[in-house]
Design a protein. Sequence first.
Lengths: 464, 235
Amino acid sequence: MATNAYVPHAAGYVDNEGPKIVSSRFVHDDAFLLERSLATGGYEGLKKALTMAPVEVHDIVRDAVLLGRGGAGFPAGIKWGFCPPGKWPMYLVVNGDESEPGTYKDRLLMEMDPHQLIEGCLIACYALGLSQCFLYVRGEMALAQERIAHALNEAYEANLVGKNILGTDFSVDVVLHWGAGAYIVGEETALIESLEGERGMPRLKPPFFPAAIGLYGQPTIVNNVETLSNLPWIMVNGADEYKKYGSETSPGTRLFAISGHVKRPGVYEAEQGTTTFRDLIYGDNFCQGMKGDDELKMFIPGGASAPWFFPEQVDLPLEARPVGAAGSMLGSGAIVIMDESTDAVKACLRVVRFFARESCGKCTPCREGTTWEETLLRRIYDGHGRPGDLEMLLDIADNISPGPYPGAAWEEQGVEAIPFPPKQTTICPLGPSSVAPITSALRRFRDEFEAKIPQRTSIPVSAS
Amino acid sequence: MARFTPDNLELAHEIISRYPRKKSAVIPLLHLGQEQDGYVTNEAMEHIAELTEVTAAEVIGTCTFYEMFKTHPVGKYVINVCTNISCQLNGGEELLEHLEETLDIRSGGTTADGMFTIEDYECLAACTEAPCMQVNYRYFHRISNDEVDGVLSDIRSGKLADTIPEHGVLQRVRQTIPAGKLAGIAPPETVVDAPVWMARNEPILAARAAAKAAEEAAAANKATEATEANEKGDA
Ligand SMILES: Cc1cc2nc3c(=O)[nH]c(=O)nc-3n(C[C@H](O)[C@H](O)[C@H](O)COP(=O)(O)O)c2cc1C
Ligand code: SF4
Ligand code: FES
């Protein structure tokens, strides 16, 4: 019964066949407790790291080609190397603001295994000489906040965090910080603004990335929760072992949230690169096919910001490069499956409405553009569209993201794929993201939009 | 109602002490204000401004950016229904409609008895568990209309009081750092040196630098040998 507010077990996680790097403890209801964590190898990665020099730890992470799991997929080891040498203090900000529509994984990691995340943070702080770590958890996630608070209290008590960790010269404070509801705060520079107590509006970058000028103007590493949760395993097992999973350019596993019209929606840990979308949607080990065995109409491969894919793309591997070349992105590992019954205009409107609501308002093309996009789509959906509305929609989209917008190929119609990423006239990628559903839906289902726009019939003039 | 109570003031000081700069505590303190009064009052914002040494206008500026902060009273139980894409595909909008009809309010509204507020919310990170909703930020997954009715009556009868605190209360478990365990939090401008453990890099970096220098010297040697050989060949 749903009165079970505190969904105690990892609700949504499916414990299927396959390697478990970050979700190994999800099968235990009490994995958020230090006792269970320690009994199942918790903090062994930290202990091992502490026997090495910090640079050696950094080398292992670089060798492992640990790709960022927050959206951009940038290798963590390389990002860590961007900090200007000798500029102290440096900070770690953990991005736990998960709010990209379709994305559900960081919350699980924070609720189910907070110690793994804390251990990952400590390994990063040790490797780079970071002075303090802020764990920024999305405001709406009350249980995640409570479990992290509890885990930190236990870890401080057990001398795993704080002063002279495990009796060594390594000391660092990990502080729980929590947001208050704003999607844009997930963008790393907005996250930093928010952590400074400001309105969560992105900063212009380039020239300065957080690794050079971040929190309080100091070098700052921003990493996603899942990225950091991989570190304990990598420290214990080594980079070579990690690279045995997945493909060469996308090693390891990822948590994929597959939602929408499938038989067994859920969060699955799957190897990157070697698994395909088809495996996830139709495989027995994953979602087991479309709900009601209906036909697939389209799917979003990497969160609401990603251009849509269609049945022709299901055989692509879950790997950044081929997905990017095919016109979209793996983003945050959020795959939304839509069957034939889905109204393309309605789905498009809903996603665009999200971006219009969440635009921070700092730059004009996004603030005004997303609002207009929503207005036009709303009136088309409501049956009040006017001739020329579709052109206007595309024109507004072009003001936010000029040039052909990335998208999937449509061989039948001779449409070629336009590779990711899009261009932008805006400060951050949120504005351009609002264009993804529009161009995706319009290129493929223009007839559905047109059918909703009333045709003007000419008034007959009687001949006298 | 309004300024922090003595207990909350103590808590506020503790929260502020965890940040290198006081202003970073503004959002956590706004949550504390909301927890105390059910929404963020002007007096609380003024108090936060004093505590963090910024102007009240800055606190209001920050406060009004974030969806969770309510600057006017809301229901004791705020129900967020996700209608974003994954939930829309699996009945999120119907769930919202059902709630609106049952409680006889539109999203954004509060029932006359002050018990419930409904919000048409964005993705709650439970997309595979659609349709989903939160009551005061506690999750309900794959919830049917009948179950929603059950939840409403359980809340009314007080059955869920232990699982769902009143609006404003987020963390019933808070972080506390015991004295003596703190590594030390300092304003950034006072930290100039590398953390002590970074000294462990020195022998390794020195060895690497030496190896690199030796390699370069060897390469340079080879190059001169090669040119000498070339010159000889030319001669
Ligand atoms: C609009 C926008 C929203 C984002 N939201 C998130 C988020 O919720 N969580 C996250 O980890 N990264 C998010 N990102 C990506 C971050 O900016 C950043 O790339 C990431 O946290 C870096 O961590 P990683 O390298 O470990 O992936 C967002 C980016 C943009 C542009
Ligand atoms: S693109 Fe949109 S969200 Fe990003 S900075 Fe500009 S207005 Fe804000
Ligand atoms: S779309 Fe509803 S929780 Fe993500």
